[in-house]
Design a protein around this ligand. Structure first.
Ligand code: ZN
Length: 310
């Protein structure tokens, strides 16, 4: 089934829920029979043959660079988890608080660097492009660490901390300023006792398009919002074309790999997971490599001896 044929409601629910579809009797039989390989030499054979590699990355890759996610136990900003602030309703109620949260997340990124997994992915793309082979990175991460590492072909399905979108004219713009506006300077501290800065809405980031001056919002996909149709169409194209799929830092029962990797696997294309631990979905795929992806991924994507152009 094509992604674009999925009804929006299902896309939305897949976007923000862990997926654990109950396997059919036949699938259960297959799951019991199949075991993914963790044989690196076999993966390297598939890697050497691949012309179009799709790399799907999730929160685990960012976590190894120390990027906070504000989800799960202890993952609070002031009194809230990301799910309570990253919504259109929260922004409508209190745009100042939501902007403080995103300002803080942007500022935190000034001190974070790509880790060896980001670097290995970018280096692989640079090297393979000289050989007429392609690498695309499909990521749910909004921190731009892939871009910072040098990745060129990047599909950010959740948008970016460093882009804004005008709530009036819809203009999307890259914005790396620190702070993004004078009123947010020194604001956004995460400690639970900090009071809202209650910045007047006219002093929050505003659109600089001629005569607009609309309120800007972070260009990220919030809970309850649909993914960008153009980005999804690009993802679909890449998934249809790839002849090797690498899933990094996200388990295959959790979005986004849960949406994308099984689609690729069902075409008979090898899928390799690089993740801290195996999950019930792991057995659907050809390869699984357990451990921190900063350790497991670099040797997997390094130059193969059959690559004549480095
Ligand atoms: Zn505007």
């Amino acid at each position: 089934m094509s992604l674009l044929q999925l009804p929006t409601r299902r896309l939305l629910s897949q976007a923000h829920c862990a997926l654990k579809p109950r396997p059919s009797k036949q699938q259960r039989f297959c799951l019991q029979m199949a075991r993914p390989s963790s044989n690196m030499a076999d993966f390297r054979e598939a890697f050497a043959r691949a012309k179009h590699i799709a790399i799907i990355t999730g929160a685990g890759v960012s976590a190894e660079s120390g990027v906070p996610t504000f989800r799960g136990a202890g993952g609070l900003w002031r009194k809230w988890q990301a799910q309570e602030l990253a919504t259109p309703e929260a922004f409508a109620r209190n745009p100042s608080r939501v902007w403080e949260f995103y300002h803080y997340r942007r500022e935190v990124m000034l001190s974070k660097q790509p880790n060896p997994a980001h670097v290995a992915i970018a280096e692989c793309e640079r090297r393979l492009s000289k050989q007429g082979r392609s690498v695309v990175v499909i990521t749910q991460n909004i921190d731009e660490l892939h871009r910072k590492a040098g990745t060129k072909h990047l599909l950010e399905i959740h948008g970016s901390l460093f882009k804004t979108r005008c709530t009036n004219c819809g203009n999307v713009a890259a914005d790396y300023r620190s702070p993004i506006c004078p009123a947010l300077a020194g604001k956004g501290a995460p400690d639970p006792e900090i009071e809202d800065a209650a910045i007047p809405v006219e002093e929050l980031p505003r659109c600089e398009e001629d005569g607009c001056n609309g309120l800007l919002r972070p260009h990220v996909v919030w809970f309850g919002e649909a993914l960008d149709a153009e980005v999804l169409a690009e993802v679909e194209k890449e998934l249809d074309m790839c002849d090797l799929c690498v899933v990094v830092g996200t388990s295959s029962v959790v979005y986004p790999a849960a949406m994308f990797a099984p689609q690729v696997s069902s075409r008979g294309v090898p899928v390799a997971e690089f993740n801290m631990e195996a999950t019930p979905a792991t057995d659907r795929f050809r390869f699984h490599f357990a451990g921190p992806c900063g350790t497991t991924l670099p040797p997997a994507l390094a130059r193969h001896h059959t690559e004549l152009i480095a």
